[in-house]
Design a protein around this ligand. Structure first.
Ligand code: MG
Ligand code: MG
Length: 269
């Protein structure tokens, strides 16, 4: 069952999303070769707790950390480790926060130091595919058009692998609510979008095969061919007046400009 949100509820979700965005901006300012995922996770957790909120993922189905940090072939659900990041690593960071009874959820992928241009291109295509999906989110449109747009761009046009096993989702009082929002699918399929739909759209796109596996730690989803994966996510609300992106990557992008260890990616106009 889909829980459509009132405008008041959407404003509360926006607060959670703003905190998530600012936490990811803190990550953007701290991350770099030589730092560890555990150090960054600790800072993120303190930041969220300082704002009288709770980390959204810690304890969720037993997940042990505040951030999911997935390095290189890691797609999602990576556990922050004590192994320092290396020059050339690609690090996907996913963050959730819970405040005022609602969750916010967002992810961003960081290129540390000297990253191969092919991989930067993968990141840019993944990020652009997210916005192409968002553009399809409007009242009266088919939900399936979001996944169709992501797949069309990332897979058909750019020949990357779009992950099927993990999907975007409704979000609100629960971290994962109905409906599922796949990153693939047919045009004009699924449900029709109604006002008050709040969803996380989160393409996971692989340089090589779309196929994934679970790593030995039981959590991290990795690519089967061990090639790099990228992940970008926004929480959005669909209103009669249009789509409202509740998480804000501009805080992250501003910090990346000031962090010489992280390469900027370009957005398609
Ligand atoms: Mg997420
Ligand atoms: Mg999510």
């Amino acid at each position: 069952m889909i829980f459509y949100k009132t405008d008041e509820e959407i404003e509360l979700i926006r607060e959670s999303c703003l905190l998530v965005s600012k936490t990811l901006a803190l990550v953007a300012s701290e991350i770099g070769p030589g730092k560890t995922g555990q150090e960054i996770d600790k800072k993120a957790e303190e930041f969220i707790l300082d704002h009288k909120a709770k980390p959204g993922f810690k304890g969720y189905r037993g997940f042990p950390a505040t951030l999911c940090i997935s390095v290189n072939e890691g797609v999602v659900h990576g556990i922050p480790s004590n192994e320092p990041f290396k020059d050339g690593d690609v690090v996907s960071v996913d963050c959730g926060a819970f405040i005022n009874g609602f969750f916010g959820d967002s992810a961003y992928t960081f290129a540390l130091g000297d990253v191969d241009p092919d991989i930067i291109n993968l990141m840019e295509v993944t990020n652009d595919s997210l916005y192409m999906g968002i553009k399809e989110a409007r009242v009266g449109a088919w939900l399936g058009n979001i996944g169709y747009a992501v797949q069309e761009y990332a897979e058909k046009q750019h020949k990357y692998g779009v992950v099927r096993e993990l999907v975007g989702h409704g979000i609100g009082r629960d971290l994962h609510e109905a409906p599922e929002v796949p990153n693939y699918g047919r045009r004009n399929s699924g449900k029709k979008i109604k006002p008050g739909l709040v969803i996380a759209i989160e393409p996971m796109v692989n340089l090589g095969t779309r196929k994934v596996a679970t790593a030995k730690d039981g959590w991290t989803i990795i690519t089967q061919d061990k090639k790099v994966s990228a992940h970008f996510e926004h929480t959005i609300a669909v209103k009669k007046s249009g789509v409202d992106i509740l998480t804000d990557h501009s805080f992250i992008e501003q910090e990346i400009k000031n962090n010489a260890n992280v390469k900027e990616i370009t957005k398609k106009k």
